[in-house]
Design a binder for this molecule. Sequence first.
Ligand SMILES: Nc1ncnc2c1ncn2[C@@H]1O[C@H](COP(=O)(O)OP(=O)(O)OP(=O)(O)O)[C@@H](O)[C@H]1O
Ligand SMILES: [Mg+2]
Length: 333
Amino acid sequence: MQLTKISLQNFRSYEKRTFELGEKTVIVGENGSGKSNLMEAIYMLAVGKSFRADREEEMVKHGENFFQIIGQISQIGQIGQIEITMTEGRKRFLVNGVARRMVDFVGRMPAVCFSPQDMELVTGSPSGRRRYLDFVISQMDREYRRCLISYEKGLRQRNKLLDMIREGLAERSQLFFWDRLLIKNGEYITLKRAEYLTDLAEYDKSVISEARLKQYEIEEVAAAATLVGPHRDDFVVQILNSKSEVPRDVSKYGSRGEQRMAVLGLKRKEISYLGGSPVLLLDDIFSELDHQHREEVMKLVEGYTGQVVITTCDSRIFSVKYPQWICIFLNTP
Ligand SMILES: Nc1ncnc2c1ncn2[C@@H]1O[C@H](COP(=O)(O)OP(=O)(O)OP(=O)(O)O)[C@@H](O)[C@H]1O
Ligand SMILES: [Mg+2]
């Protein structure tokens, strides 16, 4: 599976542009030249949504009212076309010219993306880490996705009910139904998260069970919030560097370069979890990395069996040591 060509129209800084991509491609350009914009567009084709836009309308080029991303994918000799357009704030998905729902669109071009924003996976809040876990596991596990939706709905209802109990408007016994629902779905979520994080990170789980809910029943009513369960989970990535003999929390003790490599470690797990050879997108991966770590990244991508797209503002490493990479130079607008 390879993305051989991508055409953008009115997408962020791009008015109209087509890129032909190889098995290994490096996108070279200065700050603001559109490297991350291109990566965002490619990853959109994979997952149907942006990795950085809060409001997806912001991806439409200033002054325009629509965007279009067309990808040409080739797979065992077959060529297909996947397309995303946005008009009047609405996204549309097409496969070989036929309209599809987003759920049926996603997965045609599996990809794993590292973007500078992903540094938050180690430096940011637990909610970002939970969102990441949910996003990855949901792609492969429909039951997980179902449990998650059911759990989140149930959680909102249960919290509302706790509030009513506090105000004397409802009975404690009414919690029973929601307790059952949260425990049933929560157990599955916890199990799958634990499996995913094995050998990857320290899972700091908030187990949901009858006993635990009982333990916190008074506090829960006082707070009008459910105090245990996977919505309180976190995980800690640890590193063992040459100077320390015990693994330590990389968010607290890691250098920026070490944190970057730790995030890359999370992405490697994502690759093996998704299976096959997803397209690997590395946006600005080399920043903050020293020579040795850059070589480590190059070794990883050179040995990778799937397609790789990397962006960088410094192409020297490629022109000197890896001349077989297709180089695309972006001009600063
Ligand atoms: N909706 C939009 N319409 C027009 N231009 C946009 C839009 N959104 C972003 N841009 C512009 O796109 C330009 C390129 O952004 P991009 O993030 O791709 O740069 P980059 O090459 O990744 O730079 P860096 O090396 O700093 O990461 C920015 O100057 C930004 O102003
Ligand atoms: Mg960028």
